[in-house]
Design a protein around this ligand. Structure first.
Ligand code: CTP
Length: 402
């Protein structure tokens, strides 16, 4: 087998010391490491210690003619099988996403024709910032691979997602890619394989006439994020969605519906499922009559819209003969959140309720602060990005049924 080699770019962060452990682990697995240390990285680890471990010259961001003659930056970016960025700071991710090339590390990332693996490490607020989210999205679209970050205590004293993955995990991912498992799916464990998860998301629309409808502000973002997180863990996901402006998540069976009754029919049709997650903001009422002619305002003047109640999809599925093993409802409240949500847990025969306060900008926004209510208690989660909430919920599902 030919010798495997990676190019390791060490960014500036407290987690840079883990890059040293990574070099050692890779050496034990027969993988050679060329290294670049950014200027900020050199504040945390020295070229001497890195070179000592890799047994090779370390390139730094300081411009050096002799370096350039020895190995030009283009050659450096291409002479390895994989480029690995550890720790991938918010700054390095931003540069790579936007194509900046103002130092050796960013120039190399722009010039490389190899796959790039990033192990991000940063403060949780920086990780959740929309600018970082956008940069990550761009890099993913460019086929970058991400390992971590993990949830935990961070050097800055905060808790949350942002702590760099452990060197063993990064080394495993590197080895898998070098073994030709270059598809992202090959890297992640699949604890929900063979499980069918049915999810409803988005609003429903209840027509009044051909041009008007009753609906709500649901964007579908939380439900779509949950679908994506479950699919990433190997689940077969059916996503029954009302009208939203989101792209269907990859690897998910989409069923598009408009009304609550269509959503109920599609959900029943998708059974049996192991888990049902009812994220949709179902319109509680629909107009009693739905004419196929546009209602003229003069004729309708002062006539209130007569309504009738829609079926409760969650209660129907949770009470049906094909009840999934785990039924999770959502409770969107503006006040008395815990009490109303607990009541819904019982009334709707759910196993869990994810409660959230929607009096702020949760509906349509990118963040969510939820309380997970189970029969044994309530767990308050911190404010997180909707995808982080989705991943955490998916992880809980794994612990329960995986
Ligand atoms: N739900 C449903 N079908 C409905 C209404 C709600 O499946 N017709 C589900 C939602 O998807 C959510 C849960 O029930 O999982 C709670 O929804 P919510 O809108 O918070 O509560 P409602 O039951 O509509 O009660 P209220 O509006 O009085 O709070």
């Amino acid at each position: 087998m030919s010798e495997k080699r990676i190019l390791l770019i060490i960014g500036g962060g407290i987690a840079a010391f883990k890059a040293l452990l990574l070099i050692r682990l890779l050496a034990k697995r027969g993988i050679k490491t060329s290294t670049i240390i950014t200027k900020a990285g050199a504040e945390f680890v020295t070229p001497l210690s890195v070179g000592g471990l890799s047994g090779e010259k370390t390139y730094t961001d300081l411009f050096s003619l002799s370096d350039e003659q020895e190995m030009g930056h283009i050659e450096l970016s291409r002479s390895s099988d994989l480029v690995v960025v550890v720790p991938a700071t918010a700054d390095l991710l931003a540069k790579a996403a936007r194509g900046l090339a103002n130092d050796l590390a960013s120039t190399t990332l722009l010039a490389t024709d190899k796959r790039v693996l990033y192990a991000p490490a940063m403060n949780v607020r920086m990780w959740e910032h929309p600018a970082t989210r956008r940069n990550i999205q761009i890099l993913r679209e460019n086929h970058a691979v991400f390992v971590g970050p993990d949830e935990g205590d961070m050097a800055c004293g905060e808790f949350g997602f942002g702590r760099m993955a452990e060197p063993e995990t990064i080394a495993d991912a590197i080895e898998k890619i070098l073994d030709g498992k270059t598809h992202l799916d090959d890297l992640a464990p699949k604890p929900l394989k063979n499980k069918h998860i049915l999810i409803t998301a988005g609003p429903t629309r209840e027509p009044i006439d051909p041009v008007r409808f009753l609906s709500n502000h649901s964007s579908g973002k939380q439900g779509y994020a949950i679908a994506k997180a479950c699919a990433a863990l190997g689940a077969k996901v059916t996503l029954v969605s009302g009208p939203v402006a989101l792209a269907p998540p990859q690897g998910v069976n989409m069923v598009q519906v408009e009304t609550a009754r269509e959503m109920l029919d599609a959900s029943k049709h998708a059974l049996p499922a192991d888990v049902f997650i009812s994220v949709a903001a179902v319109a509680d009422w629909r107009p009693k009559t739905n004419t196929n002619k546009k209602i003229k305002k003069d004729k309708q003047k002062l006539q209130p819209l007569a309504l009738r109640e829609n079926p409760d999809i969650l209660r129907t599925i949770a009470g049906g003969k094909n009840r999934p093993k785990l039924v999770i409802g959502f409770a969107a409240e503006t006040d008395n959140v815990l009490n109303y949500a607990k009541a819904k847990l019982a009334n709707k025969n759910c196993d869990w309720i994810v409660a959230n306060d929607v009096s702020g900008d949760v509906m349509g926004g990118d963040n969510n602060k939820v309380i997970l209510i189970t029969k044994s208690g309530a767990d308050m989660w911190p404010l997180m990005g909707k995808f982080e909430v989705a991943k955490k919920l998916a992880q809980k599902i794994v612990e329960t049924i995986g």
